[in-house]
Each structure stands twice: as C-alpha cells, then as structure tokens.
Write a protein that binds this ligand. Sequence first.
Ligand SMILES: Nc1ncnc2c1ncn2[C@@H]1O[C@H](COP(=O)(O)OP(=O)(O)OP(=O)(O)O)[C@@H](O)[C@H]1O
Ligand SMILES: [Mg+2]
Length: 381
Amino acid sequence: MFENVIEAMVDAVLVVDVEGRVTLANTAATSITGYSQEELRLTPVAKLLIDDSSGLRTVVRRRIEEGDVMRREESWLVAKSGARVPVSITGSPVLRPDGGLEGIVLVARDVREIRSLLADKEAEIQRRTLAEDALRSAKASIEEQLDQSRASLLLAERRATLGTLAGGVGHELRNIAQIQVSAVDELQTALAAGEDVTALAREVIGDLERVAEHITAHGQRLMQLARPGPDRVAPIDLSAVVRDVIAMLRGAGKLRRVEVALSMTDGLQVTVNRTRIEQIMVNLVVNAVDAIGEDGGTITIDVQSGADPTRVVCSVTDTGCGIPADQIDKIFEPFFTTKPEDRGTGLGLPVAREIVQTYGGTLNVVSKVGVSTTFTFDLPR
Ligand SMILES: Nc1ncnc2c1ncn2[C@@H]1O[C@H](COP(=O)(O)OP(=O)(O)OP(=O)(O)O)[C@@H](O)[C@H]1O
Ligand SMILES: [Mg+2]
C-alpha cells in the first residue's frame, strides 16, 4: 500500500536509510534522473543531490540524524547524464515502531516547468521595462523637439510681427506723405500763379503740422520696434479726432467724390495715443473711398456711447462695392489686398485691428456686395 502510494506520486520519491543510501525510488524518480530503480538502489543520496548553494546534503544528514522534518528546499537532482534538474525538496523522517529513526523520505518536485514559466515572466517584465524605458526616452526627445519647434515658431512669429509692424509704419508714412505732397502742391501752384498765399498757408499749415506729428510718432515707433516701450496716451475726444482726420483728408483731395455724413456724440473721451487712432481712421476712410471708386457715394461715420456705457463705438459705413463672402475672412490678414501693387499693400486693416486690440477693443466688418460695408470698432472710455 505504502509503495503503491509512492509509486503513484508525480513527484520523485527517494527513501533514504540512516547511512544516506537510497532504499526506495519511485518511477517519477527514475524518469527525472534517468537512472533505473536498480541503479538508484543503495546509491548515496549525496551523489544525487547538489548542495553547493543550499548545503542540502548537510541538511539532509542532520535531518536524518535528528529525525526532523525538512521543509521545502530549492536544490538540484543530478541526473545520470550529469544534467542538473531543479527541484524543490521536502523530507520527512521514517521512524521505527520503537521510535528510532529508520531513514527519511525525500519528495522532490521537478520545478523546470515552473522555473521556465518564471523565467518567461521575468523576461516579459524585463522586455516591458525596456519598452517603457524606450517609450520614456522617446517621449523626452519628442518633448525636446516640441520645445525647439515652439522656440522657432516664436522666433518666426516675432519676425513676422516685426515685418508687419515695419510694413505698417511704412504704410502710414506713405499715406501721410500724400497729404503733405498735396498741401505743398497747392502752395506751389498758388505761388507760381503769383497769388497771395496767406489764407491758403493758414489752411494747410495745420495739416503740415499733423503730418510732422505723424512722421515723428512713426519714427519713434520704428525705434520702438527694436526696444518696445509703452505708447504715450492721453484722454481725447473721439469725435474731434474724426473731424480732424476728415479735414486732413479733404485737404489732401482724397474726398472729392464722396459725401461725408457725421453722426457723432461729442465729448466721448477715450484714453489712447492720438496718432494711433488717427491712423485707424485714415485707413478706414481711405478704404471706404477706394471702395466707392469713381462713381461717388457716401461715407457715414458714427461715434456713440456703446450699449455698455463704459465703451465708445465708432463705425465707418460706405456705399461702395462691398466685400465678397470668400474674401471677408482674409481682409484682416497682413498683405491681403485686391488693389494694384502700387496702390495697396494690404496692411491697413491688420494694423488698424492690432491697434484697436492693444487698447482692449475689437474691429469688425459687415458687408453686402454692391450695397455697403461697415467697419465698427470699440474702445474703453
Ligand atoms: N470699405 C471697404 N469696402 C470694400 N472692400 C474693402 C473695404 N475695406 C477693405 N476692403 C478690402 O480689404 C482689402 C484689405 O484692406 P487693407 O486696408 O488691409 O489693405 P489695402 O487697402 O488693400 O492696402 P493698404 O491699406 O495697405 O494700402 C482691400 O484690398 C479690399 O479688398
Ligand atoms: Mg487700406
């Protein structure tokens, strides 16, 4: 019965006597070690067990001497081929009826499969760790690339902004030069005709002063491009600015074919840089004149307190050609123009919008082709 049980076990069973020799081995023991049962019989257990790491032989001997139960130990069985088979061993004493020690039963479980499963698991963990490391370093390098792209984008943006600003200043100087050219023209013509220019001089001198102010302010602005600082601002009456701009443009002969209707509440003050606001008005009115073209039309300028009473709203409406739907999103882009190269640079609107935005306002457009166009901006009071 006892032998049948031993035989049926999947684990290798070796019964060892007090001399340390195998007295009984089951089939599992023969198949693990490659020895026949006859060969195993009386073989010293020391020959079958390796104890370099666990000192198992010593342990077995001591257990045999002391008749103790041996708990699970990791060790190797040495096969006939010399191969080492990893096993997990437990040992129990076999006692004689008088209580004396007869030997020990060693049960060795073949752990090759478990080991290889464990090794697979470890390899898997190792592989995952490596993959995670690779992922981490890939992520780091992507972040680095992203930082670089961000930095170069910033640089490109700054360059584009500088270009646009420089273009904006050039644009304004060209606009304002036209006013001076026509004033000087008028004076020269009058002088050549031998007229008394006193009255005319009195009329144009204001325009020329304004032109000088603009040139100075824009010179300053060009210098600010290199070293930006705040614009000088002061409270001004928006309606007064509109009137001055209209007078200036009329003086320059820009308003010959248009009727200008003003619908303004006086005394609405905004705290801004006057030249900058004049620049917006000049741009909007010159655009309106261009849109009206040769046939003539009306420009209506409206300055009112906003629905929000802390804001002033100004709109410029013309009865010109209007803006087609497929262009309306583009007109605020720098360098978008539908005008001949010598007439338009496409900077008027983007610069005007930029100025309005620096004061915390917005500049928007509504247009109906062939009917009218209205540009509206608001500023804090
Ligand atoms: N009042 C308007 N009516 C119809 N189209 C307009 C009006 N204002 C602007 N546009 C359109 O928007 C474009 C861009 O205007 P923007 O003032 O930015 O540049 P521009 O007038 O073409 O050139 P620049 O102002 O630099 O001399 C114009 O070319 C025109 O097609
Ligand atoms: Mg323009």
